[in-house]
Write a protein that binds this ligand. Sequence first.
Ligand code: PLP
Length: 386
Amino acid sequence: MTLKMGKHRQLVAQSEIRNMTLECAKVGGVNLAQGVCDLPVPDEVVAGAEEAMRSGFNTYTRYDGLPRFREAIAAKQKRYTGMDVDPDSQVVVSAGATGAFYATCLALLDEGDEVLVFEPYYGYHVTTLASLGVTSVPVVLEPPEWAFTADDLERAITKKTRAILVNTPSNPAGKVFTREELTVIAACAEAHDLFVFTDEIYEHFVFDGREHISPATLPGMARRTITISGLSKVFAVTGWRLGYAVCDPEWALAIGHFSDLVYICAPAPLQVGAARGLERLGPEYYQGISDDHQLKRDLFCQTLEDIGLTPHRPQGAYYTLADVTALPGRTARERAMFLLEKTGVACVPGSAFYSGPTGETLARFCFAKQMDALEDAMTRLRGLQL
Ligand code: PLP
């Protein structure tokens, strides 16, 4: 038998996030590994989807999404980031931000290209690129501010560099890129004629009065920036698979064609539900969940601090990276497994977010849980004898 896997198979293993979720289920623990926000879905969103199913929105939509949903996304983009977006030519609805990013990479990158990726990174970004034969070149962010310099970017650039990947607020560090930092990125992208891919799935979760800034709104950046986001986190509908890319019409057409090829379209009635949510929920809804996450951040980080797993305090999103070197084990995975065995709380080994050894000292915890589940996790953690 000479049957064998394709050459990319070895690059794409089950993610550490899913591994830890399975380990957690085995012991019936509290899963702070996966970024599943288990808050309730807004009534408007559910009612919109339900009504849509009954009134016949059950067939394929246009390849780039239902007009009503694209209009709602364009209006939200204007309202929230100030970006002018034509809903007919600049929005591509896809199967989650994940689908939008994959279609973007398929449309705009070639095998052998390089993309600058800030480290710690979101594993799916790097693996998606790897699956297409694209190399991620790390630009390491230095805690506590997760800082980088223009020189760090310049050093990482080669003739093969095609794009800079931004994730703001970021997973797993919770970094909210400042205007100054985005200006440095923009200058580098202009100087080397690069795309900027920006994953803004956590755009609504920014803490301590910080501001979310979309790189596409910086002067001269509209044409070279692909803005990716989705509804998974903000409406707590990770299983609905609704995301989108917003960009120049030329790129949008190509991204839309690849999204069509892989997904045909995002689920039709769910697009209607999400559109209704975007149309009807006001700023108090978004502020409310952001405040809720901030409160949980404070409680959870204090717990980690008290038990000697010093956390990095996130500026946004809903994860914290904590120093787990106080736990026994040689690797982050061993330490995460120790924690799971002793407390029943699952986290993700930091090695999932780093190409080098730094990740072995860290673990990521997701605090976007219902308060009773989070309290359960905090009580379990406080019982840890180190
Ligand atoms: N992008 C980032 C940075 C994420 O952390 C996640 C989920 O954890 C996603 C994208 C997935 O988004 P979606 O559910 O819209 O595919």
